[in-house]
Design a protein around this ligand. Structure first.
Ligand code: DGL
Length: 269
């Protein structure tokens, strides 16, 4: 039987700190919700790994989050959403609700860009999986999706160079690719990219809508919790864990979460 207590936390995970951008949108939209964040920094990047490897990591993280009695697990990573969402749904069963970052964005695109050309940038795994096209086809909105893998961006961002000219060089190279020209919108198909959203908007001189998952997904989580009658009512708590701690982590949380938070190393593998 599904027993989801309203004041139980929401579990959020990503390969690293990119998912903190989604966590930020979530706590902004739903300030009463408690969150437990797990960044699998020991295995980053997920985008270059095999589906089997990511499924293995995702299962272990899920086991940990379930021990914390989470009411909902949010996969705040496109690569893990592409590789492990179905598997995790079967694995979790009725023990918690499960949300990924791809379904809500696909629905949003179908409602707003039907019949138009839309670009997508993401990790190799996300792009090669074809998951966005698969999800979009269910809405029959005839979106001409042009996807491009942009694997260097995660490395540059995780290394703390999101304001450095390195990111400008990589972005110019990637966004000039002939496969993603003449688009109405560009989907940031990796949760890390939100921290460079302004740079991408500038690149297009505001002529292309730049779409990131954070707010769309946060509002989807709110709608699900409301429909289930389990929106939190008590003051919230937030805990942040990573599988491999490095010193610049606290500083990076400021960029990704908008404030420095205490991060603890946790070995769950
Ligand atoms: N933030 C992750 C995503 O949304 C990917 C980063 C990685 O490759 O680990 O796909």
């Amino acid at each position: 039987m599904l027993i989801l207590k309203e004041n139980h936390p929401i579990g959020i995970f990503d390969s690293g700190i990119g998912g903190l951008t989604v966590a930020r949108a979530l706590v902004d939209a739903l300030p009463n919700e408690s969150i437990i964040y797990f960044g699998d920094t020991a295995h980053l990047p997920y985008g270059d790994k095999s589906v089997q490897a990511i499924q293995g990591y995702a299962k272990k993280i899920t086991d940990f989050l379930l021990t914390q009695e989470v009411k909902l697990i949010l996969i705040a990573c496109n690569s893990a959403s592409a590789a492990a969402y179905e598997m995790l749904g079967d694995y979790i069963g009725s023990r918690a609700l499960l949300v990924n970052v791809i379904d809500p964005v696909s629905k949003f695109l179908s409602e707003n860009y039907a019949g138009q050309r839309v670009g997508l940038i993401g990790t190799k795994l996300t792009v090669e999986s074809g998951v966005y096209n698969e999800k979009l086809s269910k809405f029959k909105s005839q979106i001409d999706l042009r996807a491009l893998a942009t694997p260097l961006l995660v490395h540059i961002i995780e290394e703390g160079y999101s304001e450095h000219k390195l990111i400008d060089v990589a972005l110019t190279e990637y966004l000039s690719n002939s496969s993603i020209q003449d688009i109405e919108a560009l989907v940031l198909g990796c949760t890390h990219y939100q921290v460079i959203k302004d740079k991408i908007t500038d690149f297009y001189q505001n002529r292309v809508d730049v779409i990131d998952a954070a707010k769309i997904v946060a509002s989807k989580v709110g709608a699900i919790l409301m429909a289930e009658g389990i929106l939190a009512t008590a003051p919230s708590q937030r805990r942040f864990y990573v599988s491999d701690y490095t010193d610049n982590f606290a500083h990076m949380t400021k960029i990704f979460f908008g404030q420095e938070v205490e991060v603890q190393a946790l070995d769950i593998f």
